[in-house]
Design a protein around this ligand. Structure first.
Ligand SMILES: *Cc1c(COP(=O)(O)O)cnc(C)c1O
Length: 396
């Protein structure tokens, strides 16, 4: 049997490569940070990590993780409800709820699991999910596992959301679902309007704060801070794998009864291992750090502002952003690949995105800013972008 299947896979893989869509992984041999070392031995500046606050290699978090290794061991060897719940798991759940101004939190191995396990236990065939067209793949998969009627609205389009909400009046319970930051453009949905529509059409709201937690809002509390709506969303999901330290882990935080029901019925929670205590302990330290100071957010916001302004000054076309994601528009798939390759030669590590990840004719380089970046890193990146931009005729 395998001979036939092997042939089939080889052909599919060749087709992927022919279409220019084959993903090669670059190998990093240093910790994650502003400056990283790749396997060739070359040092480059990293502008494509989700390491928004520079916490991936933070000494305070490493120390907290090491201490927990000594006090709590390496792993739990259990799901939460059997013998996989330690005091650090409970404490982190509490801290996350305090951070977002919610009532309770449930941890998962990843936000992919949080989103995969949130809809099916809560909603049934007589209910409705109204989902933004650009929501993350894990939301799409989670919705697929649920029998609720599905409605989709165009990205951040409030007229369309209203249309869908009118249609969804046919159902019993309604849940609007949106990312807090859309990862390709870096835009934030108009949460004030979403909450208004939710009230008018009697719906609940769920926000995936994976790219916004720690980043958006003056103190990094996410899009509910930005729109002065703390505690208003019934459900928030997020990851510990981006701004929050970058290791692993996800969560759902929100109304008490919702979290309680997820603990009873959410399949990725019931049937998958508990996160390592060291990761939970580092998470507690991370939230503690953020409740003491806004230094990292302030630096990230200043870096983002500086980079966007300077890039526009030299003539690049930047998508409007309200996050630490900066889409440098090139509009041509091949150009975006050439551009990224040339930037790597200049010591700047970024990735070009093109169809099907973004719409056709919308190819770009996505830059992600970090509090780990110093002004000299930003200047070096802007100079490299400018040089390559001139070489490739993007800038005059
Ligand atoms: C990254 C991301 C996820 C997945 O998070 P993991 O913890 O890495 O599984 C889910 N949703 C959104 C919006 C994301 O950006």
């Amino acid at each position: 049997m395998y001979t036939d299947f092997q042939e089939f896979l080889s052909k599919e893989l060749a087709d992927i490569a022919d279409a220019g869509l084959y993903k090669n992984e670059r190998i990093i041999v240093s910790p994650q940070g502003a400056e990283i070392k790749v396997s060739s031995g070359k040092k480059v500046l990293n502008f494509c990590a989700n390491n928004y606050l520079g916490l991936s290699n933070n000494p305070q978090l490493i120390d907290a993780a090491k201490k927990a290794l000594d006090t709590h061991g390496y792993g739990m060897s259990s799901v939460r409800f059997i013998c996989g719940t330690s005091n650090v798991h409970k404490e982190l759940e509490q801290k996350i709820a305090e951070f977002f101004g919610t009532e309770d939190t449930i941890l998962y191995a990843a936000c992919f699991d949080a989103n995969g396990g949130v809809f099916e236990p809560l909603l049934a065939a007589e209910d409705a999910i109204i989902s933004d067209s650009l929501n993350h793949a894990s939301i799409i998969d989670g919705v697929r596992l649920c029998k609720a009627v599905r409605y989709r609205y165009q990205n951040a389009n409030m007229d369309d959301l209203e249309e869908q909400l009118k249609l969804a009046q046919a159902q019993r319970f309604r849940l609007i679902v949106t990312d807090g930051v859309f990862s390709m453009d870096g835009n934030v949905p108009p949460m004030d309007k979403i909450f208004k529509l939710a009230e008018k059409y009697n719906a609940m709201v769920m926000i995936d704060e994976s790219h916004s937690a720690g980043v958006v809002g003056k103190t990094g509390r996410g899009v509910t801070e930005l729109f002065n709506a703390r505690g208003k969303a019934e459900i928030i999901t997020g990851t510990l794998g981006k701004a929050f330290g970058g290791a692993i882990g996800g969560f759902t935080t929100g109304k008490k009864e919702i979290i309680d029901m997820l603990r009873q019925r959410s399949r990725p929670y019931l049937f998958s291992n508990s996160i390592p205590p060291m990761v939970a302990a580092a998470g507690i330290e991370m939230i503690k750090m953020m409740s003491e100071t806004n230094e990292l957010q302030d630096k990230l916001h200043a870096n983002t502002e500086y980079f966007n302004t300077e890039m526009q000054k030299v003539g690049f076309d930047i998508k409007p952003t309200q996050s630490a994601i900066c889409a440098v528009m090139l509009y041509d798939a091949k150009l975006s690949q050439n551009f990224a390759a040339k930037l790597l030669n200049e010591g700047i590590y970024v990735i070009g995105f093109y169809f099907p990840v973004v719409p056709k004719e919308q190819a770009r380089i996505r830059v992600q800013l970090s509090a780990a970046h110093e002004r000299e890193h930003l200047d070096k990146a802007i100079a490299a972008f400018t040089k390559v931009g001139k070489e490739l005729g993007v800038l005059k």
